[in-house]
Write a protein that binds this ligand. Structure first.
Ligand code: SF4
Length: 374
């Protein structure tokens, strides 16, 4: 079976399935038992479900090469039907993927660190580089990057290069993700000008991260409504915790009531939200407070089916300040983080009913940051 739709080719023999874009980039391969996803920057993930929750593991290069070889050998079984659609089908393999990802990396001002896990096939447009705060004790994402807004000329060149990179595969892209960590923090005139440029080319829904402690000063409800009109579909907040004590430990200067009010403005404008909490933040010492206060935080926002709550197990890194802090607080091991995930999920749902007298419609899902590859 072969299906060709919106720049994506799916081929299957009933057991194995491969999905590539029109340029031959591997997107998904399943050998019938295991499923692998490849990111544009050539990271391979094994994805699946355990106890009803989504799980992912990053492959090493040796295993990724094996998956790529097996996947493309399988694709070539359909060569007679596909060679006019994918003219480079004979050249597809590991070397092609390496060259292709290097080309993409070259387009950006710095490597793309993360996109949320539900952003499967976006075009990443980097209108800012890095994070304007960059001082959270646990976060390694933008450590070496100086925050800056890119110039209009740089944006136009980036878009031109992205159009050339995707070529006939552009229809395979489902959204535009504007990065990096605080794209909406830039002054509103520049932001709307940049969105106009992006919209004139891509005509896709727009997604972005947004912080809830620097950006609220800049972005009023009226302006947020303006962003909705310009195609902003969903924004993702790294809330991490609803406990002010835990936020202090993380060095995230978010004020709870201000953050709740700010998130509500997006909901009021019809923009969906993704709220990210960290399992394990605050260690054993703050376990109960973290779960309780995070559940209360969520319950104060009217959420619907289109919103999503992610709980992500916190990864501690030796070279970051949180490493030493977590030793003092009692670091959670991976089993304990999973236990806290289930506890928090239950508590969020219960607290939501108690506070709102209705079920929480937004799903509460596990999310491992390693899955957030572009
Ligand atoms: S967690 Fe978010 S706000 Fe904090 S440093 Fe990292 S990117 Fe910046």
């Amino acid at each position: 079976m072969i299906k060709i739709e919106k720049g994506i080719v799916t081929a299957s023999d009933g057991e194995r399935v491969i999905v590539v874009d029109r340029s031959g980039r591997l997107m998904i391969y399943s050998d019938g038992k295991e499923t692998f996803r490849r990111s544009l920057l050539n990271q391979f993930l094994k994805v699946g479900y355990r106890n009803g929750e989504r799980v992912a593991a990053l492959l090493n290069e040796k295993d990724a090469k094996l998956v790529a070889r097996e996947a493309y050998d399988f694709l070539r079984e359909f060569k007679s039907n596909l060679s006019s659609y994918i003219p480079n089908i004979d050249e597809l393999g590991w070397d092609f993927l390496i060259r292709d990802s290097a080309k993409l990396l070259n387009i950006y001002k710095s490597p793309v660190p993360i996109v949320p896990p539900d952003q499967y096939f976006p075009v990443y447009v980097q209108i800012t580089v890095g994070c304007a705060w960059n001082r959270c004790t646990f976060c390694h994402l933008y450590r070496d990057q100086r925050y800056r807004i890119i110039e209009e000329g740089e944006l136009i060149k980036m878009i031109r290069d992205l159009l050339e990179f995707f070529g006939p595969s552009l229809p395979s892209r489902r959204s535009v993700f504007i990065g990096d960590a605080n794209a909406l923090l830039i002054d509103y005139t520049t932001l709307t000008r940049y969105l106009e440029i992006i919209n004139s080319v891509f005509k896709l829904p727009i997604y972005s991260f947004v912080d809830a402690f620097l950006t609220p000063i800049k972005l009023s409800g009226d302006k947020i409504q303006g962003l909705k009109k310009m195609g902003l579909e969903r924004v993702y907040f790294g809330i991490e915790s609803g406990s002010e004590n835990v936020l202090k430990i993380l060095n995230k200067p978010m004020r709870i009531e201000e953050a709740i009010g700010f998130i509500k403005e997006f909901k009021k404008a019809g923009i969906n939200v993704g709220l990210i909490l960290l399992a394990g933040a605050g260690g054993k010492e703050y376990w109960e407070e973290h779960v309780k206060k995070s559940s209360e935080f969520i319950s104060k926002i009217e959420l619907d089916r289109e919103d999503i709550i992610y709980i992500s197990p916190l990864h501690e890194y030796r070279d970051l300040p949180y490493w030493e802090i977590s030793k003092r607080l009692g670091k959670l091991n991976s089993k304990e983080k999973m236990k806290q995930f289930y506890e928090m999920k239950k508590s969020i749902n219960e607290e939501y009913i108690k506070f709102n007298h209705r079920y929480l419609q937004a799903p509460v899902v596990l999310y491992d940051i390693i899955e957030s590859v572009y």
